[in-house]
Design a protein around this ligand. Structure first.
Ligand code: 3HC
Length: 315
């Protein structure tokens, strides 16, 4: 294609971005825009699917039938979010098998938060309240993402995330109204999940290699630090309302800024977990790999059946 044709196409693309007109699968788009969306959407999908594991671990150990039904519904929702997002990645030309193989081979990332163990029932509360709360903070702006299929997928996902966050907070409220042991269990879960939840928003803006371009392309509508600050400002009052102690000695309200100042995130821990050296990384990826192996016969049977129907139709 001639140089001037490409620059004309780039101009049309940028005008759409500037005028908040959604980019659709059949539209021309710069390859780098396509590639960064495939990267982010596929890793988002992986996060949803891997995110099922820490909570799935507690479905059979829920304290009563209601809690079991709610947790089951939440985990099933996450599977649906993952499938939604894998499909959104496919509209950009991503190959589903390759995408999933990238997760199993360690080439692709998923959210660091899911590499921490869930050692008590209170962790189900902390994850719903904090992790899904952080996910909502990050995903609501994605409903206005410049890429149409991603933005539309987020509208549906966010509706379900708010149920996830509320059921988690309800668990924490109940525990904090309970016995001293239950209060201690909730506080311990908060202590273990608070800082990893802040890490979900990614590295600081200064260290983020994608944020500037993603904001320019209106994939991201806020930077990592902006969303992290919004999450802290929204969540601290909730923690204080139910009597939790904030595991950050440097946290304090800054009247001048109109925000909470908070302590330094342990970025060494963050990058270690992102690089695959977190407490549960190996276990999570092994589990996903095994799920694919164990499900191979289902795929083979479905393909064989589809093949047979095709032959029968053709004859
Ligand atoms: N965990 C793992 N990797 C992370 C990370 C995290 N918390 N934060 C950043 N990274 C990676 C990025 O993927 C990137 O690596 P890559 O180039 O190999 O992809 C690198 O660190 C640099 O980070 P950047 O901030 O420059 O990268 P992004 O611009 O992609 O920002 C992000 C990272 C904020 C996670 C962004 O990708 C995003 O908003 N993704 C969509 C939302 C999402 O994936 N959320 C994850 C949780 S989903 C969830 O919680 C489901 C809920 O139902 C439980």
């Amino acid at each position: 294609m001639k140089e001037q044709d490409i620059s004309r196409l780039e101009q049309i693309f940028q005008e759409k971005i500037d005028n908040d007109i959604k980019i659709e699968p059949r539209d021309w788009m710069p390859d780098r825009y396509r590639q960064t969306l495939i990267r982010q959407i596929s890793q988002h999908a992986h996060s949803e699917i891997v995110g099922m594991l820490p909570e799935g671990n507690w479905i059979t150990r829920a304290p009563n039938l209601r809690r079991k039904a709610v947790l089951l519904a939440k985990v099933q929702d996450e599977a649906g979010h993952g499938l939604y997002l894998y499909s959104a990645a496919e509209t950009l030309g991503a190959d589903r098998e390759q995408t999933i193989d990238d997760l199993h081979s360690g080439v692709a990332k998923y959210s660091s938060i899911f590499n921490y163990p869930t050692i008590s029932w209170a962790d189900m509360g902390a994850i719903g309240w904090l992790v899904d709360g952080a996910a909502i903070m990050n995903q609501v702006p994605l409903c206005r993402c410049s890429y149409g299929p991603y933005a539309r997928a987020m509208v549906r996902v966010c509706k379900e995330e708010s149920f996830h966050q509320r059921q988690g907070f309800e668990i924490m409220v109940n525990l904090m109204k309970g016995t001293p042991e239950q209060k201690a269990m909730a506080q311990d879960a908060f202590n273990r999940f608070w800082w990893p939840s802040l890490m979900m928003f990614g590295p600081s803006d200064a260290d983020s290699k994608h944020t500037a371009q993603s904001v320019a392309w209106k994939i991201k509508r806020h930077t990592n630090d902006e969303l992290r600050q919004m999450f802290v400002d929204a969540t601290i009052p909730q923690a204080e309302l139910i009597g939790l102690t904030i595991p950050d000695k440097d946290l304090k309200w800054n009247e001048e800024r109109g925000h909470y100042d908070f302590g330094e995130i342990n970025w060494d821990e963050f990058w270690q977990v992102v690089k695959g050296n977190g407490p549960c990384n190996k276990d999570r990826v092994d589990t996903r790999r095994k799920a694919k192996e164990n499900g191979m016969w289902v795929r083979e049977a479905a393909n064989a059946y589809a093949e047979k129907r095709k032959v029968r139709k053709a004859s």
